[in-house]
Design a protein around this ligand. Sequence first.
Ligand code: PLP
Length: 400
Amino acid sequence: SFRAAERLGRIKPSPSTAAAARVRELKGQGRSILDLTVGEPDFDTPAHIKQAAIAAIEAGETKYTPVNGTPRLRQAIRGALQRTHGIEYSDAEITVGGGGKQVIFLALMATVDAGDEVLIPAPYWVSYPDMVRANEGTPVIVPTSAENGYKVTAAQLEASITDRTTWLILNSPGNPSGAIHTEEELSALAEVLRRHPAVSVLSDEIYSEISFTGTPAPSLAAVAPDLRHRVLVVSGVSKSYAMTGWRLGYAAGDPALVGAINTLQSQTSSCPSSISQAAAAAALEGPQDFIAESVPVYRERRDVAVAGLRAIDGLTPLVPDGAFYLYVDCAGLIGRTSPEGKVLADDQDVTFYLLDQAGVAVIQGSAYGSSPFFRISFATDLGTITAAVEKIAEAVAALR
Ligand code: PLP
């Protein structure tokens, strides 16, 4: 029978995937559920991107590509990084993979030995700690606070670094907080990093263009060009261009690290799908209207959701500067009692209560390493958001 490897015991399935399965199950039982768990744009992939994929199929671009992507895709990525970061990356500094997620995993696999420490500010994207653990590293969670806008500070970074620290994972705009590190905040982190040359930064910028500040989120690589070889910029087309299913992400950084990631890539998937590469190249080098049009839509949804949730006694939503999530402080609900007599002891209980009582699916803050909170996604239509906020308000009003 199946005997699991030791490394499997260190990780668990992604809570977002688990939440999606629960929603499907309830819907299967005929319940109508307002689903605010999804971490992907509800928009369709723009037509010119789909056309580029169709054209690639018809032109016979259906074979293995170089491990580090087609020359056209690499050129498109370099162009995009030049546009957003003002940095001229060479081909040897670019790697591509089946989503930003795969690139992050391979970057950790290439660099983390047993006992190496990876600093992960909380709340964090659910996958980071498990990816570190899968590669035998030790995730070191750095809790952030409301006073600092849920961003890691220079002092916290300084205090968390040990001689085992290999990486700081910086995710701006953050999932689930939506927090964006300003240039000043990044400069302060860079000052600390200059004193600790063994620490690299995995800068997860997958949401960088979904920003409500008027400009894309700044990058440490651009703010501190002297640290460029210690910053692995990770991004992809999933979120900005509504291309989650195409599975195409990339990273830019130190050529030695990029080469190591490519070696691992050559022994895992060889290369991402040639068709997705053609589509991603079109996304990155083509017209950028989709981003300009979708960001104000997200922004309006954010504002509607924030206003609605703020009006509910016991809930305090953080106002995100980017990405498409709201991280909602639900400390005011802890200890209250449901009509069935169940005391809500933690954010997992709150999440179950909202699912049962309101038919609204959200994800508990404990999944992101910060409680008591829950995350809602506003990558869904305004009607669903409005209805969900109303249902949440009714369910909260029913608590004693
Ligand atoms: N990083 C963060 C913070 C995310 O939220 C996600 C997706 O949910 C990813 C990376 C990975 O995206 P993809 O693998 O689709 O490029």
